[in-house]
Design a binder for this molecule. Structure first.
Ligand code: DUC
Ligand code: ZN
Ligand code: ZN
Ligand code: ZN
Length: 445
């Protein structure tokens, strides 16, 4: 439609707001570490990512130190969010250390993964309050964990033990419910909220409604949710189906297009990946029970290409919007702009040269991730990242990587991003502002 580009374009490097490299999860560890995952990212035009630190034995400081060690082999710049998986006085204290001394300005709360990562509403409220006082952004994985647990039990009782049970046990209604609940609690506390991996119309509509009312809610779809549907989960070959297992699940056909539309109209603001990969052997841990399939899909290498092809080449958004949703908005939300997310004097020289007239083809045999499968396998499209430049150095050109372990830097992210502008009202005044006039009902009509 609008694909009449006459030459390559120079763009700011992509920033992936959501990755899991070298993460211990569901009895195993993601197969891409900070070197292989970042090398894949660079081959796909992403020059910075933000990963999730998981606390060690409940300690945020110990978790941070463990991730500092994992990240020593980095070949591109990275930042950290911190996952909060339990709540007590020491977690609350350590959150302040993370923000004031360690450069973390965002904390993720899991409303799902009952029995391991999940926290209840009481603790979520404590976390939201603490985030507000520290100027840190609260993030949520929004699925109703109690109901997911119930749904999983029902599937097993019905004898549905394969990967399709994953989709059937945690439908979009549970994502919508948790998204709505998190949004309302953040509204009550008066703090900004970031919904990670928005996978459904149900969640997207809650975000849309909240934003229309003026609430500061950010919605992050991920590339798998934007371009795939759940049909693969019914593939009779276990490994083929299991590779699509992530949470929240990839949804029925139709959610993908609706999420694209929401991105193009500004209801959703930026695109992540939730890159969290396990190989076939690891996925096979769940061969008898879908609940044991390690959750996660790839995307760190594919995001820039797939978003271009799906959104720009199709005529849904402009090149300016493309840069905003793949880079600039992420830098603004996490307070890195204009050091990152822009090509300006004084910014880090993280740049890509993108050829809209070239094409890409995704294949598990040629990708740079260590995993042996790819959820986008076989997909072709328009546009190609021809050159990637990090900190002024060419690291990807002529389909060749020239990456140096240890050359990536940790990027500290300061608190009180623009999302905190104008929310410093006194609690009493704020709470009275939530008193809304009640509309009159006429029961007869
Ligand atoms: N979902 C995944 O699929 N993997 C990592 C964690 C998560 O929430
Ligand atoms: Zn055209
Ligand atoms: Zn999550
Ligand atoms: Zn994630």
């Amino acid at each position: 439609m609008f694909h009449h580009f006459t030459s390559s374009v120079m763009l700011t490097g992509g920033i992936d707001p959501h990755t899991h490299l070298a993460m211990e999860f569901m009895g195993t560890e993601t197969i891409d570490d900070f070197f292989s995952g970042q090398a894949a990212a660079l081959a796909g035009g992403t020059t910075m990512h933000i990963d999730f630190v998981i606390p060690v034995n409940g300690s945020l400081v110990a978790g941070f130190e463990a991730y500092e060690r994992k990240a020593k082999k980095s070949c591109m710049d990275y930042g950290f969010h911190m996952a909060i998986t339990k709540w007590d006085e020491s977690v609350s204290r350590e959150m302040e250390i993370m923000v004031k001394e360690k450069g973390i300005n965002s904390f993720k709360f899991f409303m799902a993964y009952k029995g391991s990562l999940m926290i209840n509403d009481e603790l979520l409220l404590q976390g939201l309050k603490r985030c507000k006082s520290l100027g840190a952004l609260a993030m949520v994985h929004a699925e109703n964990g109690d109901a997911v647990f119930e749904g999983q039990k029902r599937m097993i009782e019905l004898g549905i033990t394969g990967p399709e049970g994953h989709a059937l046990s945690r439908p979009a209604v549970l994502e919508g419910e948790a998204t709505a609940r998190a949004i309302r609690l953040a509204r009550f506390v008066n703090t900004p909220l970031y919904i990670v991996h928005v996978m459904s119309i149900d969640a997207m509509e809650e975000i849309s409604k909240a934003r229309k009312s003026g609430q500061k809610v950010i919605g992050e779809p991920v590339v798998s949710g934007l371009v795939l549907d759940d049909s693969g989960l019914w593939d009779p070959d276990f490994i083929t189906a299991a590779k699509y297992v992530m949470s929240p699940p990839i949804r029925e056909s139709g959610h993908d297009k609706a999420l694209q539309a929401a991105l193009s109209t500004g209801v959703l603001q930026l695109v992540g990946t939730d890159h969290c990969v396990f190989n076939s052997t690891q996925k096979a841990l769940g061969i008898d029970d879908f609940r044991k399939i390690p959750n996660g899909v790839n995307g760190i290498e594919e995001r820039m290409h797939l978003v271009w092809d799906t959104m720009v080449e199709s005529g849904q958004i402009s090149v300016t919007d493309y840069v905003r949703i793949t880079s600039t908005e992420c830098a603004r939300i996490f307070n890195l702009y204009p050091r990152k997310g822009a090509i300006l004097t004084g910014s880090d020289a993280d740049i890509i040269i993108f050829n809209p007239n070239s094409s890409f083809e995704i294949s598990a045999s040629s990708h740079h991730s260590r995993t042996d499968t790819n959820v986008f396998d076989g997909r072709k499209g328009k546009g190609k990242v021809e050159v990637t430049i990090v900190g002024g150095r060419v690291v990807w050109q002529d389909d060749e990587l020239k990456v140096v372990p240890g050359s990536g830097k940790y990027i500290e992210m300061p608190p009180f991003s623009y999302l905190f502008n104008g929310i410093d009202k006194s609690d009493a005044k704020y709470l009275s502002s939530l008193r809304a006039p009640v509309r009159r009902f006429n029961s007869a009509s």
